[in-house]
Design a binder for this molecule. Structure first.
Ligand code: EPZ
Length: 409
């Protein structure tokens, strides 16, 4: 098939053992953090995905040199002195917004194209602006970009009205080199925040409390380069586990910190899977030998509850269930793009505002479907593996943003 298309003839069962790739949403803010100090950084277990490529384009725009050898990434930030990025990458990718925090942290100035919204919602950055403003940052809204500057970054007592992952990351990045103490209340608790905090501490930052709603940062004079291992991607892991459940397969995932999966293991059990967790070995395995069970009602929520990034994959699984399920999307305002595509495959789903009713008892059949965003695209691949007959999935470029070699060539 063409680059942007994938053909699948189902049904196929997902069976086997897999070492899970590095986390996209942990690696991206770590790349942004590298602008906080000059030096040579090494990231291990870094996923080979296009969002990482885009972020490296931005770092190169800022004056860095980067080189990826397999899953090892080497970034030299010596000479990175640019703080105005007009590269298209920033507009293409939400994660570019964390460059605000690191550029302000070291250069007290930053100009970025407005981060692109995407099909899952308008993706505002008001919480970022509000929080950074309390550290002394001033903003100028220019025609196509946001210009930010600070005479001095001073630690502050900040409260986020919503535990925004990106806003939490931007505060950590800017506060690390601010003068004095910053207390962030209402912080996001996702594992990616803990990973970023670990990386920053390795760089010499003084951060306590990551993973809890209150994070304390003691600003320091300077930071230094570091070497770090990117944790495995909990969303990629969850996608494949739900795929194994849908296809009646048997899957063992290695190198997955089971604590990062939140309530997912419980949800897999509720779907009817046999789940075995080996926390001490960072392993999880599922086996599915029965029809998928419906889940009467589930809402997406911040960690450790059910992640919005797995909502599409769960919807695909529930389309097979015996009986109706209700899914409520409470994080993004437009994250049901997959519904019309699953209906083409025979799913019976009705959506209204933030609620989707999945009637269940569908026998999925192959169809021509189109991914419109990353996680929905991955869910369509799981559905095509389950379906009887040939499917063609267009929009694979979205999937390649976050899934390394999903077809396992
Ligand atoms: C991160 O996005 C992830 N992206 C998303 O994953 C993930 O879905 C999301 O966190 C929630 O877990 C990366 O880490 C690169 P938020 P982020 O700020 O930081 C609203 C994927 O598929 N909001 O926690 O943008 C926002 O519109 C991606 O890997 C404001 O209103 O998420 C959304 O409705 C998709 N104002 C909600 O909060 C703000 O200033 C959650 O956003 C910021 C956010």
């Amino acid at each position: 098939m063409g680059e942007d298309r994938l053909e699948i003839v189902g049904p196929q069962r997902i069976c086997g053992e897999l070492l899970v790739q590095g986390s996209k949403n942990a690696a991206l803010p770590m790349l942004a953090a590298m602008l906080l100090a000059e030096g040579v950084y090494i990231l291990h277990h870094c996923p080979q995905i296009t969002d990482v490529d885009h972020m490296l384009e931005l770092l190169t725009d800022a004056g860095c040199r980067a080189h990826q050898e397999g899953h090892m990434l080497i970034v030299d930030t010596r000479g990175a002195d640019r703080c105005r990025l007009e590269g298209s990458g920033a507009g293409k990718m939400r994660a570019g917004v964390t460059l605000l925090g690191s550029m302000l942290g070291r250069m007290r100035e930053a100009e970025l194209p407005y981060p692109g919204g995407c099909t899952i919602g308008k993706r505002p950055i008001d919480l970022h602006i509000q929080a950074l403003g309390q550290l002394g940052v001033r903003f100028e809204h220019r025609e196509h970009s946001l210009y930010a500057y600070a005479d001095q970054l001073r630690g502050a007592d900040i409260t986020l009205d919503f535990p925004s992952v990106g806003a939490t990351e931007n505060v950590l990045l800017a506060a690390a080199l601010a003068e004095g103490r910053t207390l962030l209340h209402g912080a996001a608790q996702e594992p990616e925040i803990v990973a970023l905090s670990g990386f920053l501490r390795k760089m010499g930052a003084h951060i306590e409390g990551a993973g809890t709603p209150v994070i304390r940062v003691e600003g320091v004079e300077r930071l230094h380069a570091a070497e770090y291992i990117v944790p495995s991607d909990r969303i990629v892991a969850g996608t494949y586990l739900l795929g194994a459940v849908m296809t009646g397969g048997e899957l063992r995932l290695l190198h997955v910190p089971t604590a990062h999966l939140g309530i997912l293991p419980r949800i897999l059990t509720e779907l009817g899977a046999e789940v075995s967790l080996k926390e001490e070995r960072n392993e999880i395995a599922v086996k599915m030998e029965r029809k998928v069970r419906a889940i009467p009602y589930l809402a997406t929520a911040p960690f450790p509850d059910f992640p919005t990034d797995l909502q599409s994959a769960l919807m695909a699984a529930l389309s097979l269930a015996s009986g109706p399920s209700f899914l409520e999307e409470k994080i993004f305002e437009a994250r049901f793009q997959i519904v019309p595509e699953l209906r083409k495959m025979g799913a019976r789903i009705y959506e209204e505002d933030s609620l989707a009713v999945i009637e269940g008892d569908a026998r999925l059949h192959g169809a021509q479907v189109c991914a419109r965003e990353l996680r929905g695209g991955a869910a369509l691949i799981m559905a095509a593996l389950t379906a009887e007959g040939r499917s063609e999935i267009r929009g694979m470029d979205f999937v390649k943003r976050g899934y390394e070699d999903i077809q396992g060539d």
